[in-house]
Design a protein around this ligand. Structure first.
Ligand SMILES: Nc1ncnc2c1ncn2[C@@H]1O[C@H](COP(=O)(O)OP(=O)(O)OP(=O)(O)O)[C@@H](O)[C@H]1O
Ligand SMILES: [Mg+2]
Length: 577
């Protein structure tokens, strides 16, 4: 028998054994269709032993019996397949939902460890292939095992001594199966990894098509693709060889057993053992019919091994990925008091900390600007607040409660974020702005206006109901950014995080958005990150980060007069004025 990972099977059980009735139906139908198998040789035995003497029965009964036999067998087979498809698809639906649910609540580390291609492959294809292979293999296994038992029973009934020969086949087949299935399982896992690698290269090249062409990097990309394809080819050939070896090896064993049977039967018949011609013919037919299920039983190792390997990735995703941790604090709308105490963030062990013992207090309604050289930790600090990044040490409090104690959706309800990279869904503009919240036309119109998008929307034939397309790439960078601002406005959260929110705006629209933002910021705690210092002059306080530490903080004028890092940055941008 094949090496079966029982832990994985136990894990799969709740998904694929949720409706035991279906399994019973499938099994019953399978039993019926399996037990019709020995009836054909039995019928033949009757005919042959009577020497085609039809005096005992009407001729029409023979075709009627054959047709009935196949009708019963066909109906049972059909029902078994149907029940099986239900089992597979029902289980798959639940499993896919669970995987997607895990994607939605997984800790962020998952997205650093696995790329989008491999995750989507797991959720969409691998589990489907694996589950289909597995359930089919299980039922086929049952069917072939039952057929084999039925035929074997008939053989024993006909001539038990001769049947002993058959038992030579079984351990031989078992040995072949065990050896080859181990190899197949390993190959299947490596194949999946290579398929993902290959798909990743394709996806990357689709995303980076302009960069690749501009730099003439086609040759290098082709080499990369060819290299990975060649690995895939090698693995596929290896597993094809392993699969293909099973059949001839099994056949050789069966042929040896068959030869032995014929020899012994001929020898027995000389000694007048009472073996009739019909009996011998029926024995040989049943024996030949036995080869098919035994061969299929031996091949069941391959789909089971491959199916388990595929499903294993789904199991790893659901079981092996911890969800984000959260508490239960949910006070409704927060006031927006944010306190960081000695917060450090270290992304990778041997890297310098991205934030180094930062302490900062932002009062409700305050507008705090975060400035500093590239890589100084501004985005990291902003990402701490909605817990996209967890502090390595130190505490972040919101309204006096550690954000780790907050319920995640309650915490995240408090923030609207416009970040450096704008992500849009392939949906209507309105849905992209509302992001799952109820659509309120008046509020939508206000937000569109405040984000200075009214001209864009007016120019579109379907207005806000226009579908943006893949990541809204049909929009300009500035339009996308304004859309993200509209989205943040619509959320109407007490805390606003603007990470380079206005970087893609021209000076004219920036002015308009600035005014809108300023109106919006009234009464809200706001964290603005900006390289262009002109955009943060109205901030209550400026915090300057350098190498993950707070270098200085204070009012715009105050910092200019102090002549520190902020004054230097300012001088660089404004030519010393
Ligand atoms: N996911 C990550 N994994 C590892 N290191 C990271 C990660 N994100 C940021 N870093 C590192 O942390 C440091 C701070 O990055 P951060 O994005 O916070 O800088 P920033 O101040 O926002 O820079 P910029 O002005 O260019 O946006 C950088 O040295 C960066 O390389
Ligand atoms: Mg940044």
């Amino acid at each position: 028998m094949t090496r079966i990972d029982f832990k994985a099977l136990r894990w799969l059980l709740p998904y694929f054994a949720a409706t035991p009735g279906l399994w019973i139906a499938a099994a019953l139908a399978t039993v019926v269709s399996s037990f019709t198998d020995p009836m054909l040789p039995a019928l033949m035995k009757q005919l042959l032993d009577r020497g085609f003497d039809t005096s005992g029965f009407a001729i029409w009964t023979v075709p009627a019996a054959v047709l009935t036999l196949f009708a019963v067998r066909g109906t049972a087979g059909f029902l078994a397949d149907l029940a099986l498809a239900r089992i597979t698809q029902d289980g798959l639906l639940t499993m896919r939902r669970d995987m997607f649910a895990r994607l939605l609540d997984a800790r962020f580390g998952l997205f650093r460890e696995q790329n989008a291609t491999s995750l989507s492959n797991t959720v969409v294809y691998e589990v489907q292939n694996g589950a289909t292979m597995l359930t089919n293999a299980v039922i086929a296994f049952l069917k072939d095992a039952l057929t084999a038992i039925a035929l074997l029973g008939y053989l024993i009934y006909l001539n038990w001594k001769l049947t002993l020969i058959v038992f030579v086949i079984v351990p031989g087949v078992a040995f072949i199966m065990r050896t080859l299935s181990k190899r197949l399982y390993k190959l299947a896992r490596s194949t999946q990894t290579s398929v993902n690698d290959l798909a990743y290269v394709v996806e990357e090249n689709v995303l980076a098509v302009r960069v690749v062409r501009l730099h003439g990097a086609q040759e290098a990309q082709m080499q990369r693709f060819t290299g990975l394809s060649a690995i895939l080819r090698r693995l596929s050939l290896k597993s094809a060889a392993a699969s293909a070896a099973i059949t001839p090896l099994t056949h050789m064993l069966a042929a040896a057993a068959l030869s032995a049977v014929i020899c012994i039967a001929l020898w027995q018949s000389q000694g007048n053992s009472g073996l009739t011609v019909g009996g011998f013919a029926a024995f040989i037919s049943a024996l030949l019919m036995l080869i098919a299920p035994i061969k299929k039983l031996s091949e069941a190792a391959s789909p089971i091994a491959r199916g388990l390997a595929a499903v294993q990735r789904g199991i790893d995703l659901i079981e092996g990925t911890p969800a984000e941790t959260q508490g239960s604090h949910d006070p409704g709308r927060a006031r927006g008091l944010i306190e960081l105490t000695d917060v450090s963030v270290v992304y990778a062990e041997d890297n310098a900390p991205a934030l180094d013992r930062v302490s900062l207090c932002i009062e409700p309604g305050q507008i705090v600007a975060l400035v500093g050289p590239s890589g100084s930790g501004k985005t990291t600090l902003a990402n701490l607040l909605p817990r996209f990044v967890l502090p390595t040490s130190g505490v972040v409090n919101m309204d006096g409660h550690d954000i780790a104690d907050w319920k995640l959706d309650a915490l995240r309800r408090q923030f609207a974020l416009v970040s450096q990279d704008v992500v849009m869904f392939n949906d209507t503009l309105a849905n992209n702005i509302a992001m799952g919240r109820p659509l309120d036309p008046q509020r939508l119109a206000d937000c569109v206006e405040a984000a200075n998008l009214q001209d864009l929307v007016a120019g579109l034939p379907q207005g806000l109901n226009t579908v943006t397309g893949h990541n809204a790439t049909a929009l300009s960078g500035g339009q996308r950014q304004r859309l993200a601002i509209a989205r943040a406005l619509y959320k109407d959260a007490p805390v606003l995080i603007l990470d380079e929110a206005t970087s893609a705006l021209d000076t004219a629209s920036e002015r308009l958005v600035q005014q809108a933002l300023q109106r919006l910021m009234a009464g809200r705690t706001t964290l603005i990150i900006a390289h262009r210092l002109s955009t943060i002059e109205h901030a209550d306080r400026v915090v300057v980060l350098d190498h993950g530490r707070i270098a200085e903080s204070g009012g715009h004028r105050e910092l200019l007069e102090r002549g520190g890092l902020y004054a230097k940055l300012h001088a660089l941008q404004f030519g010393g004025t």
